[in-house]
Design a protein around this ligand. Sequence first.
Ligand SMILES: *Cc1c(COP(=O)(O)O)cnc(C)c1O
Length: 389
Amino acid sequence: MNQQISSFIREFRSHISSDSFVPLHEPTMNGNELKYMTECVESGWVSSVGSYVNLFEERLASYTGVKYAIAVNNGTAALHVSLRLAGVTKNDEVLLPSLTFVATANAIRYLDAIPHFIDVSESELTVDTQKLSIYLEKTAVKRSNGTFNKFSGNQIKAIVPMHTFGHPVQMDELMSLADHYNLNIIEDAAESLGSTYKNRQTGSMGMLSAVSFNGNKTITTGGGGAILTNDSELAKRARHLTTTAKLPHRWSYDHDEIGYNYRMPNINAALGVAQLESLDELIRKKRMLHSVYQSFVSVIPGIELIKEKEYSRSNYWLQTIRLNDVNAIEDWLLGLNEAGIMSRPVWTPLHELPMYRDCPKDDLIHTEKLKKVLINVPSSSSLFKETNP
Ligand SMILES: *Cc1c(COP(=O)(O)O)cnc(C)c1O
């Protein structure tokens, strides 16, 4: 094992209290979680209706600064319904980074639409808006009824920016580009709850946004997600579609279209209300974790820690190191995981997966480079002892 890897392991271990295995991300639950869930169980309101769902939605909307939040059973469902409400239908193309979790592309395919992969910026890890602008100039043609892909003939209807590991996309540039090409923006804010871009919360800038509360995210509801929007009509439609399109009535079961059973159960929302109360504290700890990492990563040659940009404040969901050497990642992953420090590379870029290999795409040079040099390292908010770095 090389010198840098062993220094990293030694420094990492010096900041934690045990020698045991360290997972990549663990939930922190030391607030009112048990109390609220017990109330749920005792009242019998554990399923798809109940007061915690409403409370969770209200508090989430207020936290993120949007008018409406609709709680659903996972982040993928939130993306699926958001894309449908943005008018995405069969054979429409939807722009998204190839460097994202597979759920972003899957949600597009659920609508028989076509993922169209774009590159990310090497330093930001999120959609490279400058490169996208050049690409669209070559690839897209604007007509009175929308923007079309010159080569496939399909309409390009929407774009899904994703705030990678909690780091916000440069939304101003992206929004003006989307505006120019008439593309609806669906923010994939699954990883970035609490991150801000120029003081605006991620998830508050798209036509609709999707958040995830899976067990490995910054806060969790066990499994869960939410759709965020400022548009009252879209909020109403989202609520309707995720509740099997049931028409409200005291006893009749009537449905006016094909909907989904996507609503968040009350017991999960109870967990969510408690977690939301801790969100600011969890982010504070994640930011402290980042500065502890920074204190030792910055003196190890050949690696650097990914930092937030001056226009943003990251929730630092996952801490990420970047290797200078494009041939070193296997050694690092082996070294860290053997030492009980769970670490992983970024996702295999989606355009390399068998089901997405034939999708339209820009050249993905930065994405292909990044997959060889990025490693996520343990990021639980309560990982390091509370000390000043
Ligand atoms: C976690 C995640 C999702 C999906 O959320 P689930 O709640 O797991 O369905 C979607 N997109 C990204 C980028 C994610 O990280």
